[in-house]
Design a protein around this ligand. Sequence first.
Ligand code: FAS
Ligand code: PHB
Length: 389
Amino acid sequence: MQTQVAIIGGGPSGLLLAQLLHRRGIDSIVLERKTKNYVLGRIRAGVLEQGLVRLMEEAGCADRLHAEGFQHDGTLISYGDEMFRIDFKKHTGKPVIVYGQTEVTRDLYEAREQANGLIEFNVENVVINGADTDNPHVTYAVHGEIRRIECDFVAGCDGFHGVSRKTIPTDVRREYEKVYPFGWLGILSKTPPVNHELIYANSPRGFALASMRNESLCRYYIQCSLDDDVEDWSDDAFWEEFKKRIPADQAKQLITGPSIEKSIAPLRSFVTEPMRWGRLFLCGDAAHIVPPTGAKGLNTAASDVHYLYEALRGYYETSSADGIDAYSAKALARVWKTERFSWWFSSLMHRYPGQTAFDHRIQVAELEFLRSNEAAQKAMAENYVGLPY
Ligand code: FAS
Ligand code: PHB
C-alpha cells in the first residue's frame, strides 16, 4: 500500500490528524493495535481547551460537541472547608468545554468512517522502517498477514506504550521523567454532579476532584496509594473517603450511587526530545505525559496535532519544509509549559508521602495567595483554559 502519511495509533491524536489532513486532500492510513470498541471503552479526559474545540470545528467534527458539551466559565478550588473560584471568563475571556475524550474519539471515528478513511484495527508488530531516509515504510501484521505501507511521513500517535518513540535511537533521544508517589482512583457514576463546576480539593487526607460528563454522569477522583488495588475500594468506601476530602457543605449535597467504571491511574510527568526524527513525528502521549491534575494530556496532544497538521500542509501545499523542520522545537515549547503547569498544580493539591505540617501549611498559604491575588488567579486561568498555540 502507498499513502502520504502513515499514522500509528487510532486514539484522539491519530484520528484528529487523519481527519484534518483528509480535509486538505492529504491521504493517510491509521494503524490501531486494538479494536474501535476497546479504544472507545477507555475513560480518560473530560475538559477541552478552546484550541481543541477549534481543531474539531476545522475537522468538521464539532456539531455534537457544541450540542452536548458544557461551557464552564470557571472552576472551584477547596482546602478543608474553604472554597473559592477561579473565574476563567473574567481573567481570560475564554471558557473550557466539559465533553469526554470518549465522545471526542467517537466523533472522530464517525467522521473517518463517513470519509471512508483507511483505519486498520487489531494490527500487530508495527515496525517503522527508514524513518531517517526519504523513503520510510511501515510494516505490520493483521491476523498473521504481513503488510507494508510506503509513505512520505510517519506520525507516531501511539501513546506512551507505543513503538514510535522507541524507533528514535537512544543516542538521539533525551527523556525526562518524574513519577509521582501516588495514583488517582477514578469512578464514573450515573448521578448528578455535586456542583455545576469542577471542584479541585486539597485536604489533609489527600487530593480529590469532582468532575462530570453531563448533568447525570459524574467523574470523581481521589488520590490513592500506588499500593492500592481497585478491588480494595468498594463504592461505599470511595464515597465515604470522597466526602471527607471535599468541603462539608458540598459533602452534604453529594448524591452517591453505584460506579459504572472504577480504575486507578498512576501519575507521571514525561517528555521525550526531540519529537521528530527524520520523517517520523511524535504526537501526544507518544512524546509526553502529564499528571491529569491540570487537564492537559488530551489538550497538549491537540496542540501537537495542530503544529504537525500545519507543517504537513506547508509541505504538500507550498513545498515548504519550514514547518516540519520547526515542528519539534515549536511543539516542545508548549509541551514544557503544560508540563510545568501540571506539575505545579499537582504539587499544590496533593498530599505527598513524608509531607510535614510545615509543607502542608505552605500549600495552604499558596492557596490563600491564589485566592486573594488577581495576578495569581489570572496566571492560573490562562494556563487552565490553554496557552496560545
Ligand atoms: P492514546 O494513548 O489515547 O492513543 C494511542 C493509541 O495508539 C491507542 O489507541 C493505542 O491502542 C494505540 N497503540 C499503542 N501502541 C500501538 C502500536 N504499536 N500499534 C498501533 N497502535 C498502537 N488527560 C486529560 O487531559 N485529563 C484526564 O483526566 C486524563 N486521564 C487519563 C487517565 C488515564 C488512565 C490515562 C492513561 C491518560 C489520561 N489522560 C488524561 C491523558 C489522555 O487523555 C491522553 O493525553 C490522550 O489519550 C492522548 O491521546 P493520544 O496521544 O491519542 O494517545
Ligand atoms: C475528568 O473529568 O476526567 C477530569 C477533569 C479535569 C481534570 C482531570 C480529569 O483535571
